[in-house]
Design a protein around this ligand. Sequence first.
Ligand SMILES: *Cc1c(COP(=O)(O)O)cnc(C)c1O
Length: 582
Amino acid sequence: MNSYLRSGIDTESTIAYFSMEIGIASDIPTYSGGLGVLAGDTLKSCADLGLPVVGITLLYRKGYFRQEITGQGEQKEHPVDWRPEDHLQRLPGKIVLDEIEGRSIITQAWLYIYTGTTGKPVPILFLDTDLEENEEPDRRLTDSLYAGDSEFRLKQEILLGIGGVKYLRELGFNRIHTYHMNEGHSSLLTLELLREHQRTVFETWDEETVWDVEKVKSLCVFTTHTPVSAGHDRFGFDLVERVLKTGISMNVIRRLSGEDCLNMTTLGLNLSRFANGVAYQHGDVSSGMFPHHQIDFITNGIHTYTWVHESFRKLFDRHARLWKNDPKYLREAMSIPRDEVWQAHLECKNELFDRVSKMMSETFDPNILTLGFARRAAAYKRASLMFRHLDRLIEIAESSPGLQIVYAGKSHPKDEAGKRLIREIHEFQKKIEQRTKKLKLVYIPNYNMDLGYYITGGVDVWVNTPIRPHEASGTSGMKAALNGVLNLSILDGWWVEGCIEGVTGWAIGDLDPRLDLSPDDRDDLDCKNLHDTLESKVIPKYYEDRTGWADMQCQAIAINGSLFNTHRQMEQYVTKAYFSCR
Ligand SMILES: *Cc1c(COP(=O)(O)O)cnc(C)c1O
């Protein structure tokens, strides 16, 4: 018997899921945003469904960062104070990684076992180089997520991809038939697999290594998450040649990963038997970006049990009995009495407003229509779009009983545009304070899964304003829908599929991306459309037709909650990607 079985690892698993970030819970701060939370939710559904999966990521001892927002609206970053030993179990096995500059780096792993609703465990490995045996710079390799320059990033990705495969072997995972790369960060795992399957042929005058590309292709699956070319990891070949030591010639690496530089997406696509984008529209956009590859789509989801609020959990237990192990049954939410839905919603709202008053010393009124906007503060998400025509927004608020807005979100420490967004919203807040009492807003610092849970369930309307088609999927709106919070969003990412106008929520504008417009004109139009819909549809529905509102809440849960979850997502990965014979 394999000794690791004692640690609770079943090394018979056949699917290995690699991700640069995995978010399981707020107190394991090894994620930055949607990508990591999706990875965590995915693994949780694998456990619930009993899929034989093992997850692999890095251990970030300083986390991503803890966000402070100063009185001037400036974001300050602090290391996260957490002790891995409080949450994870250190595994005894050590491997030697010598692919980074040819130096031996000792690597160990920490184990987290997620046990699903049906009792099946999924092991998740967190690789760690902060060991006494290693030299100081190598010990810092696993300190922080998405920190450092491109050389540092390449080293982290060597650790994840190549170190990850090596560590699986150390543990005795020898039956894996699918290596799933969740985004390009882990694509270097293909090089380790090439080495494992290399053959040497002897010619009369020389010997030659044959890289079995077809074999590796048959083992790998790739998911892309980024519809913007600049968002794909790229490394210059001079850097790669200096840092990455695999014994595979640069010539071969070039042919597999791109002509001008090592493009991690190209490498992943070239060595995968199946590739997908993360929503219908994103599959299309990705196919356009990589015309030589077939790119399917599997729309993202959320882990229902993680994101449903206590008050709704109780409702679902009564009215949609089988929902917990199969969220398709949330279709029965149509029959929940409307006053019970509203009551459950008010509980969520009060829970959030308690936090707002404790954290922000600001009193929000549960009778007032409340909008939510919480996600990474990245420029394309345009967090400040609704203030673009501030006079109009104030007018709309003043001619209604009132409007409240809850914001949250971290900007990447080096993303100046993202930081500017946070400052801008802060400045708008000051302006609004002086002009009206009918419009209130707070920006809650340090967005994380915990806060996400309270905000996505505790507001009335979930707003999303990305520049089309930059939102690959988006998942926070799915968390909202599950808790009867209605989406008001640009038709981008998952909302192209999720929006049934006036039934599950509302669209901002239409499907036409209006590529003919300048960025300024496009933002003007999107802001106008947002205000129009808010004024003519959302506000009247909320204040004048409470039953109609509760109908929509039930429809959002029944129609979208039942579909946009990681259980359905994994069923599609199983049939399209993992066990397909196509
Ligand atoms: C769900 C979630 C996200 C994803 O939000 P999007 O709006 O889809 O970008 C990001 N961060 C946290 C903490 C989340 O829980």
